[in-house]
Design a protein around this ligand. Structure first.
Ligand code: HEC
Ligand code: HEC
Ligand code: HEC
Ligand code: HEC
Ligand code: HEC
Length: 442
């Protein structure tokens, strides 16, 4: 045991030196990006004042419906998320602060924008603008992207340029006169209507070797949804029921309504719900509506099909298969940090007397999933090939078994049928999901 953990520490040290050796040499990049390794920037490369931004509860005065939808979302909770805070703390400690700006760029962009949160130790004094995570002005002050500088030209690692001030970037045509009514101008931004906007934060790559670590946008780009012109907003800025309609019809829907309680009716507005699969943290932080909506999305995102033999020989071997199809997610299932998320099959086979003949994928008393379970996730490894959940150590994905959009993956099981079993056999299969493995939470 002792010598094994000793080896492990050496390996980690080597990674650490190699990673940051390269970062320090990348001077050109550091100059272009004052918050490197985050690609986040402000329009003049300088921190803005707190007062250059309007807090979310000010926007609420005129955009109440949108505010209430955003409140409790994982965007609103991106900073408050206790799992993020803990992993950030560990990362900051292990890298002596070198990754701090990277994590802050996506989870608490106001921290970089105002200079109020540049390292983990600043968290004690972070104000409400920072604590509100990805809030209104963080998205509606995005004036441009800087994806030109990413290795593949695809947005990622917070490749956004923020220009705070009276102009709000959004989907409507530019209107300087709005100033009189709204206290802010409206500037048309095509990017806000496209998946590339979300890709800025929903694509993450290792800055050292450009290997993708979270690739929701890339997965979407390879899917039928991208071919049909269905963007992230079409599924995540509508209700769960509407998102399923979009996924099955492969046609976006337009929702008419009011963008502000003080403006005329528009033919297209967007619910700022941003619900995904995270019911655990939403529930923990009191956003029960969001937790329910996440469960609703998960409950219909996939279909299961049992492929069974007509008969099973007593005392022999039977093969059963379970085919899982990702019918409603516009990307892989699971996506994003899919080395962390757990999507697995739980199977029970009982005979006519109720005797359990076979199980797979059960969770034990300590919270761990049966090691032989069929799990549709990815494995991230460090440079030495050791599996890790720590983004700053991840070198590459060793494998990725998440299920692409509209595709299937099949779990196969060989059952030894006891000679004493009484037919018929009943097979029950569940597809289960949780945000984190027990070992990670421990
Ligand atoms: C994660 C980024 C993000 C956050 C946070 C966000 N918005 Fe938006 N918002 C968008 C996008 C993207 C659109 C345009 C969607 C489209 O046209 O496809 C939009 C559209 C709008 C519109 C135009 C009307 C409509 O519904 O399309 C208004 C007004 C608006 N947002 C206000 C707000 C307010 C107020 C908040 C905070 C309570 C907020 N937004 C938070 C991304 C965001
Ligand atoms: C005093 C009222 C008022 C306040 C406060 C206000 N807005 Fe607006 N906003 C409006 C009105 C009115 C419109 C026009 C809606 C329309 O054209 O249908 C609008 C439009 C918008 C649009 C669409 C612009 C476009 O180009 O597509 C965005 C985005 C937006 N607001 C974001 C915000 C954000 C973010 C805040 C807080 C930082 C905010 N608003 C605060 C009244 C307000
Ligand atoms: C400024 C960065 C940023 C932008 C831009 C952004 N997001 Fe996010 N988003 C985040 C972060 C950070 C989280 C996760 C917070 C957490 O889990 O702690 C998140 C979470 C989410 C979730 C919930 C995920 C879950 O596990 O349930 C959804 C859904 C989502 N975003 C959709 C979108 C869509 C759609 C867009 C584009 C309209 C978008 N986001 C734009 C940073 C961003
Ligand atoms: C066809 C509809 C659809 C489209 C398009 C779509 N999504 Fe999703 N998304 C879903 C559904 C349904 C879920 C819930 C199941 C899950 O967690 O994967 C989800 C989950 C998520 C999650 C949470 C993942 C997890 O496992 O915790 C994130 C983050 C996300 N989407 C972001 C995006 C982004 C970014 C885009 C665009 C690049 C996008 N989505 C496009 C339907 C869609
Ligand atoms: C490019 C943007 C980006 C960067 C950089 C980033 N994150 Fe995230 N993070 C996200 C998004 C988006 C999600 C939620 C969706 C998903 O699963 O990918 C997320 C989710 C998480 C989660 C899971 C939270 C939950 O409740 O499920 C943790 C933990 C986390 N990030 C920690 C970190 C740490 C630590 C760093 C710095 C080493 C970091 N992140 C850097 C965008 C980012």
């Amino acid at each position: 045991m002792g010598s094994r953990s000793f080896c492990y520490v050496i390996v980690v040290m080597l990674c650490y030196i190699a990673l940051f050796g390269v970062l320090n040499m990348g001077l050109a990049q550091t100059e272009d990006f004052p918050f490197y390794p985050s690609l986040f920037n402000t329009h003049n490369g300088k921190p803005a004042r707190d007062s250059d931004f309007m807090p979310a509860d000010k926007c609420k005065q005129c955009h109440q419906r949108i505010y209430e939808q955003w409140q409790g979302s994982m965007h609103a909770n991106a900073y408050r998320d206790p799992v993020w805070q803990k992993l950030f703390e560990i990362g900051s400690r292990e890298t002596k602060g070198k990754i701090d700006k990277f994590c802050i760029g996506c989870h608490a962009p106001a921290g970089l924008a105002t200079g109020g949160l540049l390292s983990f130790s600043d968290m004690r004094s972070a104000g409400s603008l920072i604590r509100d995570g990805v809030q209104c002005d963080m998205c509606h002050s995005i004036a441009a992207g800087s994806a030109d500088y990413t290795p593949t030209g695809v947005p990622g690692n917070a490749s956004i340029i923020l220009k705070p001030g009276p102009q709000k970037y959004g989907p409507y045509e530019s209107n300087p006169m709005l100033m009189m009514m709204a206290g802010h101008q409206a500037v048309y931004s095509e990017m806000h209507t496209q998946s590339e906007f979300c890709a800025n934060c929903h694509n993450m790559f290792n800055p050292e070797n450009n290997h993708p670590l979270a690739a929701t946008y890339n997965e979407w780009e390879d899917s039928i949804y991208a071919q049909k012109g269905i963007v992230c907003q079409d599924c995540h800025m509508v209700t769960a029921a509407e998102a399923f309609q979009v996924a099955s019809s492969l046609k976006p829907i337009k929702k008419p309504g009011l963008a502000s309680e003080r403006s005329p009716r528009r033919d297209s507005i967007h619910d700022h719900l941003f619900v995904g699969g995270n019911f655990a943290i939403s529930g923990m932080l009191g956003a029960d509506k969001k937790a329910r909506a996440a469960r609703e999305r998960l409950s219909k995102v996939a279909t299961l099909e049992l492929i069974l033999p007509a008969a099973a020989p007593k005392g022999g071997v039977a093969e059963i298969k379970v085919k899982v199809t990702n019918v409603a997610a516009g990307h892989n299932l699971p996506t994003g940090m899919n080395e962390l998320r757990q999507l697995w099959l739980e199977i029970f086979v009982r005979d006519a007397a109720g005797q359990v003949v076979f199980t797979s994928g059960e969770v034990d008393a300590a919270g761990n999933i049966d090691s032989k379970a069929v799990i549709f996730n990815a494995r991230a490894v460090d440079k030495a090939g050791v599996p890790t959940f720590k983004p700053w150590k991840m070198d590459r994905l060793e494998y990725d078994r998440s299920i692409p959009a509209k595709e299937s993956s099949t779990g196969a099981y060989k059952l030894n049928i006891p000679a004493t079993a009484q037919g018929p056999l009943t097979v029950i299969a569940f597809l289960r999901y949780r945000s984190f493995p027990q070992s990670f939470i421990n």
